[in-house]
Design a protein around this ligand. Structure first.
Ligand code: NAI
Ligand code: 15L
Length: 265
């Protein structure tokens, strides 16, 4: 690609993945509402609030691919989620539709399916069961991706990301963890395949413990290499195992399933 856009570039995933994704394009356009100034020679930065339609249209101009990480990434007040994850997603897809439909990686979340029990294995045909306003906003984004694919031919990989951090942080994340390297390899395959369509993928490493089945997307040719199991002893030593009836054991979305709806600030 000539230019790949990464939104939410100042966040955790943007920070971890921007150098890993550098080989995908001559120029990486980083964007966030927060300013980034530590740019490499092949990076450029455009400050943009996703809720601003005109700014998002300008942001997408000249981009051949988009990795959409930007937005509210946990539960929060509706006005914040609405601006970033609802209006922001519509703005992004409208901008893409008007400008050549660059392929999109959409960062959905485990919280789109948070109310499935952990003892049920689900595949990518599972109907959404969001666990709060944040999860609902991720389901909205999935719906936008499907509609723009069916109606306009816009291609998107919808990635229901589990827990993508340096290491899993608790017992639940032994099932939901995805390493940065595995995610970068997935995104590389998403941009490499000649025809993508609009598949849903679960964003997890090759974990021994798991409650997701990605076999419907084997055709993508993505083979995650990491396994959270190597962190099990460290997590066992760092914290007590949660009780069998704890939300973090019962539900795929864990503690988000017990979060109160956040009041407006
Ligand atoms: P993060 O919260 O660290 O980064 C999100 C970035 O989006 C921030 O830099 C923030 O400034 C920016 N942002 C928020 N509202 C914005 C707005 N209105 N306009 C422009 N930029 C805005 O989140 P993280 O962990 O990097 O996640 C990236 C994406 O992946 C998010 O969409 C999140 O929902 C999704 N995700 C991440 C998971 C993980 O384990 N890291 C798990 C599941 C989903
Ligand atoms: C998410 O959707 C969040 O963005 C991330 O920060 C984690 O909380 C993750 O889900 C998870 O539930 O592990």
């Amino acid at each position: 690609m000539k230019r790949l856009l990464i939104t939410g570039a100042a966040g955790g995933l943007g920070t971890a993945l921007r150098s890993r994704l550098a080989p995908l394009a001559e120029t990486i356009r980083l964007s966030d509402k927060t300013v980034l100034d530590d740019l490499s020679p092949s990076e450029e930065f455009v400050q943009c609030d996703l809720g601003d339609a005109a700014a998002v249209e300008a942001l997408v101009q000249g981009c051949d691919g988009i990795v959409h990480f930007g937005g509210k990434s946990i539960e929060g007040p509706w006005s914040v989620i609405n601006n970033a994850n609802i209006q922001g997603v519509i703005n992004l897809y409208e901008a893409a539709r008007k400008q050549g439909k660059p392929r999109i990686v959409y960062a959905s979340s485990v919280h789109a399916v948070g109310f499935y029990p952990q003892d049920q294995v689900i595949d990518n045909t599972a109907y959404p069961r969001p666990d709060g306003l944040y999860g609902i906003s991720k389901v909205f984004g999935e719906a936008v991706a499907h509609a723009y694919h069916d109606k306009f031919g816009q291609e998107t990989a919808i990635v229901r990301i589990g827990s993508c951090f340096e290491e899993p942080r608790n017992h639940r994340m032994l099932s939901t963890w995805m390493s940065f390297d595995d995610f970068a390899a997935m995104i590389t395959r998403i941009f490499d395949v000649p025809k993508l369509g609009c598949p849903i993928l679960y964003g997890m490493s090759d974990n021994t413990a798991k409650f997701w089945d990605n076999s419907n997307v084997d055709w993508l040719g993505w083979k995650p290499q990491d396994d959270s199991e190597r962190y099990r002893a460290k997590i066992d030593a760092a914290m007590p195992k949660p009780a069998p009836d704890a939300a973090d054991v019962l539900w795929q979305g864990g503690l988000f399933c017990t979060d109160d709806i956040h009041e407006e600030e």
